[in-house]
Design a protein around this ligand. Sequence first.
Ligand code: ADP
Length: 377
Amino acid sequence: MSGPTKDDILATLSRITDPAKGADIVSAKMVSGLVVKNGAVGFALEVDPARGAALEPLRKAAEDAVKGMEGVTSVTAVLTAHSETPGSTPPPAAAAPKGPPPNLGLAKEGDKPIPTSKDTGPIDGIDRIIAVGSGKGGVGKSTVSANVALALAAQGKKVGLLDADVYGPSQPRMLGVSGRPSTPDGKTILPLRNYGVTVMSMGFMLEDDQSVVWRGPMLMSALQQMLRQVQWGKLDYLIVDLPPGTGDVQLTLSQKTRVDGAVIVSTPQDVALIDAKKAIDMFTKLKVPLIGMIENMSTYVCPNCDHEAHIFGHGGAKTEAENLGIPFLGEVPLDIDIRTSSDGGTPIVVSKPKSPQAARFREIAASIIDATAEVPA
Ligand code: ADP
């Protein structure tokens, strides 16, 4: 791993002061959802929604300070309403704003508001929606989503991948797509495509320097656009890479369409598994069928001496799945090629299809196909 740690970033952020509070933004507990991955940094500043627009300079200052740190390759800082923090699930009706849904960049001013109450059923042309979730960030949920999507495509399936991880959208980078989807008529969105997979990301909805207060209703509106205004075409599978945790996106997705199954990714440590259990519990409450659990970053085999080490422990997810009575879909090793290939935009399923690691992802994809063989009417 390269780049600064979370503590380094918090130290930098603690030099930024919110004049209205007379305190730095870390001591004022405004920083949340900090994610650091190999120099790519994402975080939210929790603010009073009434001060939203006025706080853009503060957001920009925080973003610029982190951008200036050595080893930082990209920074995404967003403003979020503190009453609806990432991970909370406010009642959508109570939180719904007055007026039309916010314009997040791709829909034009004056367009009809997106229906938010009627469209709750399956999406035309999409046979199955599979959610990939995790209890916490950094466990490899996006890596698994990308490789499983590609493995499904390699098996002849028509596949879409929706990157709904608002706090750290990484699928464009993992799948090597750049540029912005176009919206020829201001109503429908043409997604991007690579390696036979159709890709759309919540990250595309933001202008480069745009600050967005990702309140529950905004997430709901953005997700609705992603699901119903994107020209997905005919898909056997739409894989949804969720944000970590149990928050508004998960809730909205299951309320606004039919989710056919959920896959939970966890690393083997107890602490990750405790969070994974919360995610499983949430899907159960939302009545989303659980396809199973994947243990990522399981065994590490030294490429020089073949020694096997269990850096984060081993087998915890399998035992947990057995305890919970849900299927265990397999282990993915902690492997340098998995990391470099995904982070470099050529996931291992396409860059080294004959490797044992790619075979693991294909086995997991096959289990997902088996578990969702019947398309509900
Ligand atoms: P999440 O979506 O859960 O936040 P990511 O998929 O972005 O996690 O993975 C976090 C980091 O860990 C990335 O740099 C990714 O390349 C790396 N990673 C994920 N899975 C593995 C693995 N099995 N072996 C090695 N590195 C991995």
